[in-house]
Design a protein around this ligand. Structure first.
Ligand code: ADP
Length: 366
């Protein structure tokens, strides 16, 4: 099959005109164009988020144009991005000042991993729910554009609504968490081969143009890996810190170390490492087997001088509950697994807030 080229895409898009008679290409509105394996992605930079409704038909028209006019195209994803030129110019180097929209969010924490499939999203959601149980207002931003899984893990779907003022998106809610995910915005069967600029545009929109309200903690489920996209994100979001998820296998630890270096390069404090699938707990007999070896992440954390936050077993209940949209901290709050997530969440909150850890359950006398 003939390979689709960027030129073909741009030449099709140059037929898409604005009311002033100039094309979207002439107006430099196309950014982050990626053509890979006959799949096309790009952003339409609309300059001002307030124009989003107006430009939505144009975004759709751009997708249709490429689908219909460029031979061999398998999938097209266009998103609207808005970065006002004056904001670009005014951006200050201080990370905390970068995203005005995030001002009501006290702590933004990235949950990251060196590679995919280590249980980053499962850990992120259970931690978010455990933080909520501490009485905090918590949000979940699923920035894993390569495979957004939070909608499934929280059993939430559909497109987010535009808020009453028409300018922002309202996050969805799942188990008391405010949730925003690339998965709500992108068609599930369209392969998403995002790259740096598009990931950034999308992430900043999800951070700045969403009515998060006042949050104590926003957990960001990062895309796996330590490539350019992740690095750019870490550099552009005012992160309070990061948590690295690793499995005990050596290879994953090597990957996790790359992740650590990435955050170090960006001066984002690494709040700790969590070892997931640390040991196997037999669902029928409860016996523990260290099938991948044990203690690797703890040793590594010690060597690197980073807090080790805990070990989560490989257990069917954890997999089934998160894959079925009912994570274990919510569905079985008194289980031993939920307790592990609660303990980790308490440590995390202690290091974010500077408050001493809550050592026991709260007792309320009425
Ligand atoms: P990632 O976000 O790193 O790609 P996921 O959180 O999607 O990984 O997890 C990959 C798979 O492993 C999912 O099916 C999930 O339910 C399962 N999983 C994650 N952590 C555990 C665990 N501790 N025990 C059992 N299964 C797990």
């Amino acid at each position: 099959m003939a390979q689709v080229t960027e030129d073909q895409v741009l030449s099709a898009l140059s037929r898409l005109q604005l009311p002033n008679g100039k094309s979207v290409v002439e107006m430099n509105m196309i950014t982050g164009l990626v053509v890979k394996d006959n799949m096309v992605q790009f952003s339409l930079d609309i300059g001002n988020p307030e124009n989003a409704d107006k430009f939505e038909p144009m975004r759709k028209a751009a997708e249709d144009l490429i689908k219909n006019d460029v031979k061999g195209v398998l999938a097209v994803t266009a998103i609207l991005t808005a970065e006002k030129p004056q904001e670009k110019a005014q951006q200050k180097p201080d990370a905390q000042e970068k995203n005005a929209g995030a001002f009501k969010i006290t702590h933004i924490v990235a949950v990251a991993s060196g590679k995919g499939g280590v249980g980053k999203s499962t850990t992120a959601i259970n931690l978010a729910l455990a933080l909520k149980k501490l009485g905090l207002n918590v949000g979940m931003l699923d920035a894993d554009v390569f495979g957004p899984s939070q909608p499934r893990m929280l059993g939430v779907s559909g497109k987010p609504e535009t808020s009453a003022d028409g300018k922002m998106l309202d996050p969805k809610e799942g188990y008391g968490l405010k949730v925003m995910s690339m998965g709500f915005l992108v068609d599930e069967d369209q392969p998403v081969v995002w790259r740096g600029p598009m990931v950034m545009g999308a992430l900043q929109q999800m951070l700045n143009d969403v009515n998060w309200g006042a949050l104590d903690v926003l957990i960001v489920d990062m895309p796996p890996g330590t490539g350019d996209a992740q690095l750019t994100m870490a550099q552009n979001v005012p992160l309070a810190g990061s948590v690295i998820i690793s499995t005990p296998q050596d290879i994953a630890l090597i990957d996790a170390r790359k992740g650590l270096n990435m955050f170090r390069k960006t001066d984002v404090p690494v709040l700790g490492i969590i070892e997931n699938m640390s040991y196997f707990l037999c669902p029928s007999c409860g016996d523990r087997s260290d099938i991948f070896g044990h203690g690797g992440a703890r040793d590594e954390a010690e060597k690197l001088g980073i807090p080790f936050l805990g070990e989560i077993p490989l257990h069917m209940d954890i997999r089934e509950t998160s894959d079925n949209g009912n994570p274990i901290v919510e569905s079985d709050p008194n289980s031993a697994h939920a307790k592990i997530y609660n303990d980790i969440a308490s440590q995390l909150w202690a290091s974010l807030s500077g408050e001493p850890q809550n050592t026991g359950p709260k007792i309320t006398i009425s």
